[in-house]
Write a protein that binds this ligand. Structure first.
Ligand SMILES: Nc1ncnc2c1ncn2[C@@H]1O[C@H](COP(=O)(O)OP(=O)(O)OP(=O)(O)O)[C@@H](O)[C@H]1O
Length: 357
């Protein structure tokens, strides 16, 4: 099994692990196996510039989580590239389901989040109406009715109503939306949010993060959730941000893991980097991204961090807090097809065009 990332006592064997890859030897040969601890909760950050393998690495982690017992993996998929987890692969099938139109119950969002989602200040007339409506209603229809029935100024209730109409039009709110039971089937649940704008995408992520966290706090699920979020900067900077920060800072106590992938670590709040116990870094070159990592992780990342970063797709530098170690590795090959390949013009050209050349 080789080394287990995220497990303080590497002598402990026989507990759940996922195959991550192998050490990268200087001569390019494959070294000892590297696994990821799946026994205890973790907060992981996967970073790297575009095209160097973040989504691929998330896919590898999802494959391993789906096969492990006792876990409830959920992928927030803003690029629509993880549906391939259900395809036939090189090994036995990965238990996976894809939800193409994920919805959450309106009351998974608290009043403050409703105001933030709709871009309303809670102190404003329309904002305070939305706040009040969100406190008592469990559907958008009930929220709209509550707003209509107030004796507030006409212009305020009309504005609040219009904002709620807009939220309704996103199609991501439903009283029968995702719940802890559907999210903890044991298979990896892929939530395809790729067709959505930033606000509804954030609403789904926020709702799901809250459902998983509260389900563990109240002992309502007996599996340990792992929330995987691709393009995480889009969520840390939206309504989902506070829920993701909560998972990073307090998720591990009740047993919720977060794996956040981003090409822009500089757009992630410092706490998002400093609270991660496992950092997986693909190639990074932007000065502000490197500075953000170094500023948040001074303990292990000294000045030569940039020099130690890999150059090829699929290669990573892993910083592991549990063992206080840094590892140069290559992520293993996906078993299911990778869905994030950029299209090439040559692939789209017809045979006739290619013959003409
Ligand atoms: N571990 C790996 N083994 C083999 N090939 C890999 C590996 N990781 C990445 N690749 C190759 O690199 C390509 C880019 O990877 P990926 O789509 O994950 O990039 P990304 O960093 O998520 O980019 P983007 O930010 O554009 O989504 C893949 O299509 C694949 O061909």
């Amino acid at each position: 099994m080789g080394f287990v990332i995220g497990r303080a006592d590497n002598a402990v064997r026989g507990r759940p692990t996922g195959r991550l890859g192998r050490y990268r030897a200087l001569d390019g040969s494959a070294g000892t196996a590297l696994s990821l601890d799946l026994d205890t909760p973790h907060a992981m950050l996967v970073v790297g510039k575009r095209g160097y393998g973040k989504s691929y690495t998330l896919g590898v982690i999802a494959e391993e989580l789906a096969r492990a017992d006792g876990l409830a993996p959920v992928v927030i998929d803003p690029m629509g590239v993880f549906d391939t987890l259900t395809d036939a692969g090189t090994q036995e099938a990965v238990p996976a389901t894809v939800c193409e139109h994920p919805t959450v119950a309106p009351d998974t969002l608290d009043p403050k989040s409703w105001c933030a989602l709709l871009g309303l200040s809670p102190e404003s007339g329309p904002g305070s109406l939305v706040w009040q409506a969100a406190q008592g209603a469990d559907s958008i229809a009930a929220m709209k009715a509550a707003v209509r029935e107030t004796d507030a100024r006409d212009s305020d209730s009309r504005s609040a109503h219009n904002h709620l109409e807009l939220a309704d039009s996103w199609g991501v709110f439903d009283t029968d939306g995702l719940d802890e039971a559907t999210l903890s089937s044991g298979a990896v649940t892929v939530l395809d949010v790729s067709g959505l704008d930033a606000e509804p995408m954030n609403a789904v992520c926020r709702g799901v993060a809250d459902i998983l966290y509260h389900a563990r706090l109240t002992d309502n699920i007996d599996r340990l959730p792992w929330l995987l979020v691709d393009e995480a900067h889009a969520f840390f900077n939206g309504v989902a941000g506070s829920a993701l920060r909560l998972l990073l800072t307090r998720g591990r106590a009740p047993g919720v893991s977060l794996v956040a992938a981003t090409q822009r670590p500089s757009a992630i709040p410092t706490v998002g980097i400093s609270q991660a116990d496992i950092l997986v870094s693909h190639r990074l070159t932007a000065t502000d991204d490197l500075a953000a990592l170094e500023a948040a992780r001074p303990t292990y990342l000294d000045g030569d961090f940039a020099d130690r970063l890999p150059a090829q797709p699929g290669e990573v530098l892993i910083v592991d807090d549990a063992t206080e170690t840094v590892h140069a590795a290559r992520i293993r090959t996906r078993e299911t097809p990778h869905g994030g390949e950029s299209p090439r013009a040559s692939e789209l050209a017809t045979d006739a065009q290619l013959i003409e050349e």
